[in-house]
Write a protein that binds this ligand. Structure first.
Ligand SMILES: Cc1cc2nc3c(=O)[nH]c(=O)nc-3n(C[C@H](O)[C@H](O)[C@H](O)COP(=O)(O)O)c2cc1C
Length: 198
C-alpha cells in the first residue's frame, strides 16, 4: 500500500498512554506537520498551545468534567460520570488548537476547517512515528466557558476550538479500525473507469 495511505489507515484514536513525556524533538516534527497544512487563502489562522504540565492537564480535565456533568446532552453527562474519566485520557502532552476569529465579511473562509487540516496532519505525522494521538472535541465546554486561555499564552484574537492528546501508546492499536459507512461516494462523468469525457 502507498506509504501515506498506510499511515492514514493504521492511525486509530489512542486512549491509553504511557506516562513518559514525549521527546521534544518528536513534538517539534509533529508541530511542523501542522504548520504545513493547507488553509483557505493561505490564512494559516491557527495557534498551537503545547501543554506538558501534568498538574495543569489534570486540573483542566477536572474542570472539563465538571462542565460536562452540567451538559444538556445525556451522553456527555454519562461520559463525565464514568469513574476515573479524564478528557485527555491522561496523555502527557496536549496541544490546544485555537482559531483566529473569523472575519464575518469573508463568507467563503472556514478557519475551523484550516485548523482541522492542521490537526489531521499532526495525527498522521505522530502515527508515522508510532506516537499515539486522540483528537479531543469535548474540551469545547471548557473553551466556551470563562476559562482564561490567554493566561497560558493563547494570543488575543484567537479562540480555542480543539485539543489533541499525544503520548507513547500503552498498547498496540487495534489492527482494524471501525468499518467505513457505505454509499458515501458518488462518481459522475466517467464510463467503465475510463477518463471523464467532456
Ligand atoms: C472532531 C473530533 C472530535 C473528537 N472528540 C473526541 C473526544 O472528545 N474524546 C475522544 O476520546 N475521542 C474524540 N474523537 C475521536 C473519535 O471518537 C474517533 O476518531 C472515532 O471514533 C473513529 O475512531 P479512530 O480515530 O480510531 O479511527 C474525536 C474525533 C474528531 C474528528
Amino acid at each position: 500500500m502507498d506509504q501515506i495511505l498506510e499511515v492514514i489507515k493504521t492511525r486509530r484514536s489512542v486512549r491509553r498512554f504511557l506516562p513518559d513525556q514525549i521527546d521534544r524533538g518528536e513534538m517539534e516534527r509533529i508541530l511542523d506537520g501542522g504548520l504545513w497544512a493547507p488553509s483557505g487563502h493561505n490564512a494559516q489562522p491557527w495557534h498551537f498551545l503545547v501543554l506538558r504540565d501534568r498538574a495543569l492537564l489534570d486540573d483542566l480535565a477536572r474542570r472539563t468534567q465538571a462542565l460536562m456533568a452540567e451538559s444538556p446532552c445525556e451522553w456527555v453527562r454519562k461520559l463525565a460520570s464514568r469513574p476515573g474519566y479524564h478528557v485527555f485520557h491522561r496523555a502527557p502532552t496536549v496541544i490546544v488548537v485555537s482559531s483566529k476569529a473569523e472575519d464575518p465579511e469573508s463568507g467563503v473562509l472556514s478557519y475551523a476547517a484550516d485548523c482541522s487540516a492542521a490537526i489531521q496532519n499532526m495525527l498522521l505525522v505522530a502515527e508515522s512515528m508510532n506516537i499515539g494521538t486522540c483528537w479531543i472535541g469535548l474540551t469545547k465546554v471548557l473553551f466556551d466557558s470563562e476559562w482564561d486561555g490567554a493566561s497560558l499564552g493563547i494570543p488575543e484574537g484567537y479562540h480555542p476550538i480543539y485539543s489533541v492528546a499525544f503520548g507513547y501508546k500503552a498498547e498496540p492499536s487495534a489492527s482494524q479500525g471501525p468499518a467505513r459507512r457505505e454509499n458515501t461516494v458518488t462518481w459522475y462523468g466517467e464510463e467503465n473507469g475510463g477518463p471523464a469525457r467532456g
